[in-house]
Design a protein around this ligand. Sequence first.
Ligand SMILES: [Zn+2]
Length: 423
Amino acid sequence: MKIRLTILLCSLIFLKVNAQNSNDLIIKDIDILTMKSSDILNNKSILIQNGKIVKIDDFKKLSINKNAKIIQGKGKYIMPGLSEMHSHLPIESKVDTLLIENVAAGVTHLRIMNTKTPQLPLKERLKNSQNTISPKLHYSHIIRRDIKYTEIQFDSLMTEIKKNEINFIKLFSVASEEVFDNLMKSANKNNVIVCGHYPGGIKMEKVLKSGFKSIEHLAGYEQITDEVELSKTIELTKKSGVFNCPTLDWDIMAKDLQYPDEYKNRLVYSNAPKKYLDKWEIEYNKGMEKEGIDKVLLSKEKYLPTFAYKQKILKKLSENNCLLLLGSDAGNSFQMNGFNMYEEMYNWSKAGIDNLTILKSATITPAIFFNEDKIWGTIEIGKSADLIILEKNPLEDIRNIRTVEMTIIDGKIYLKKELLSKL
Ligand SMILES: [Zn+2]
């Protein structure tokens, strides 16, 4: 009897705690871009409990907790949050701003590709603070030319990486082909993702067959001038399941392709706070003064064919159904963290990539990259509620991605306007 009473009491307490903690969220009557296909689920409602999507149905068919928060979605669109797949962390004091900028733009997952801030202490800090506004971070261990490990030394590194729950290795540069071989043997054996810069001096075919998971900036491909050779390489890319993260906006801004005046049409202009635009304008004018307009125009002229070739490579990769990751590599003037994803999407669109592929490359394909596509990346029952709500449909016109008005991470709501006002 005493035991039964205890069980009853325990379950009553449990029920009460559960009801009090109820953070049910309903997004009502919205058009859903699931990212499973191009189909849109019209006028459906999504029930979110404890940060997960638990039901997608007509509003009247949902069982609604009286404490549930309801967001009216009529006439709006919802899709999975964006994954920024090529981001660099600034110095410690500026990291929180970068995180807010990303969430404001609709970024719910972020792959750290380089950093001025040690990642492990950051990881620890974010774990212990519930209030930091941040996308979900995918941490990296960065390998540079000075690392000359044997396979056994790499094995110890892999153990360390797994112990610290670091998500992948980013190769910045490699000492030699032998070191690359040691790294890939060890990583494959230990199931650790290696990606990053194309390891210069090593044959493309070897890199593609090595288990190297994503190549940044289309390096390696751009050097191939022979059409047949390029086709073969792309075929092998597809066969080997290697991802590509082209970062076209890096080329555009680092090589001055939108200067002296086109940059004013950039999508960041409608989102960046005025103080950012003013700062960039000063940087731009200083740069122009230093270089001189003639020199800028000449180097731009010289680089344009390379850029056009990169656009062509991207189009070919897409036509051959290769895996693509959208990353914006922000860092120059007129590139705003998070919001630069919009810019990169538009760059892809101008290169001839269809809108569904672009959006998938920023949602489900990144989840596949991390082997986490069962957890996030689409709008489906059981998935994390990492979502964005938009005023207009980005499948119709990719520039509609600018109309993100709300970001939801694990069911927690952030309004773009509010976050922008914090900057
Ligand atoms: Zn980069």
